[in-house]
Design a protein around this ligand. Structure first.
Ligand code: MLT
Length: 407
């Protein structure tokens, strides 16, 4: 008899964004003709930057001829892309990251989901609340938790991010081994200063813990005093893995390209406390389970680092940030407390009521899709998240409709 992984039975209903998509589809079916504006899942709406499109086309043409065709590439990604990333995203900003510490992949979602599997199932995991649900669900699947009760899984150390702590979780009061952090934060849009990240790096160094740092939204940081990478913090190379993505930065949500940085100094430990290189472990896992991203997609990603690409990406990010600023301004004018909406594409809004009820109200009375905060954890109750990923016209229309619905 084929038996299931019983841990899957502990998972709650469906994945948050699938659940929302189902509700929206049901609503649309029952109210055909109503034009819905989607400011829910953070899916970009603008075209790929022209520099990327040109490089993509040229690479497809190479694939069309035997003499320039590419079969399997290196699992870790082509050197041309790994070098462009190391130089453009890190060395140019004074962070010491080498090309062979970069692992190209098809998404920060997959990497942040998969990374935990190279660690023991009995490590103690600290996860913020609210949080991108992938971090929790994958640890549930791996068997690192007990059952679900009152909105939380037994065995996880939850790090509350609330209005009281400025949405930056405090250090845990009990020892933890694996820590998930995300800045600019999804879902709250909160950003952490270098001093705040330093506390986590110091904690991890002291406790031989490891930080999984999700920096998928780093390109939205405009305030020069804020770090874009955890490697801007001294000592982070010993204790932090960083996830990055071209999805939100360069419009690659449908094209798929991301990368993970695994510094050679990062160590994890055997039962007998012998240090093992995390870079070596991840390389072993990656080469066994992944065949990297297609050649044309990697060429398109490389074009992000050309002068033309940099200017186009900057314009894209500014465009979405302008939407975010507009959303936050309008929600504040309606009397809602907000965080994010600057240095982040997400605005986190205190809806002062049950977040699914607020979600339903905006859907049925304004035809606007947001994301209910409760879907990100118990500390998200009362909140909704509004994403800036849409056209400016739609954002303006959505905010007008919300104003009328809430009048
Ligand atoms: C989100 O809306 O939180 C993200 O788009 C989800 C993702 O990147 O997978």
């Amino acid at each position: 008899m084929i038996k299931i992984n019983e841990n899957y039975q502990k998972l709650q209903a469906s994945y948050l964004f699938s659940d929302i998509a189902k509700r929206v589809a049901a609503y649309q079916e029952a109210n055909s003709g109503q034009n819905i504006i989607k400011l829910g899942i953070g899916d970009v709406t603008r075209a790929l930057p022209d520099a990327c499109v040109k490089a993509f086309h040229a690479a497809v043409d190479e694939m069309a001829s035997d003499s320039s065709f590419h079969g399997y590439g290196p699992e870790q990604g082509y050197d041309f892309l790994r070098e462009a990333i190391a130089q453009g995203d890190f060395q140019a900003r004074g962070a010491n990251v080498e090309a062979d510490e970069i692992f190209v992949s098809d998404g920060a979602k997959c990497d942040s989901a998969n990374f935990q599997e190279i660690f023991s199932t009995d490590v103690t995991v600290a996860i913020p609340d609210p949080v991108y649900p992938v971090y929790i669900d994958t640890n549930v699947m791996a068997g690192r938790t007990g059952d679900w009760s009152e909105g939380r899984y037994a065995g996880i150390v939850y790090l509350d991010a609330t209005k009281e702590n400025g949405f930056i979780p405090d250090l845990p009061s009990e020892p933890v081994d694996l820590i998930y952090l995300c800045f600019p934060n999804n879902p709250t849009g909160a950003t952490a200063t270098k001093a705040q990240l330093k506390q986590w790096v110091d904690y991890a160094r002291k406790n031989k813990a490891l930080i999984l740092f999700d920096a998928a939204y780093e390109a939205f940081v405009q305030d020069r005093s804020l770090p874009r990478s955890i490697y801007e913090v001294e000592g982070a190379r010993e204790v932090a893995i960083e996830f990055r993505s071209f999805s939100k930065t360069a419009g690659f949500t449908g094209t798929r390209c991301a990368y993970t940085v695994v510094p050679k100094e990062c160590m994890a430990y055997t039962e007998s406390a012998e240090a093992v290189s995390v870079n070596t472990l991840w390389n072993r896992r990656h080469t066994t389970k992944f065949n990297s991203v297609s050649y044309p997609v990697q060429r398109a990603a490389e074009a992000v680092y050309s002068a033309e690409g940099q200017a186009q990406v900057k314009e894209l990010v500014s465009f979405y940030l302008n939407n975010a600023k507009y959303i936050r301004g309008k929600m504040e004018a309606l009397g809602f407390g907000c965080i994010g909406g600057e240095n982040s594409p997400y605005t986190w809004i205190d809806g002062k009521s049950d977040s699914w009820t607020f979600f339903d109200k905006l859907l049925s009375e304004a035809g606007v899709v947001c994301t209910p905060g409760a879907g990100f954890g118990t500390c998200g109750e009362r909140y909704i998240r509004i994403s800036a990923f849409n056209s400016f016209e739609n954002v303006v229309e959505a905010m007008d409709r919300i104003k009328k619905a809430l009048a």
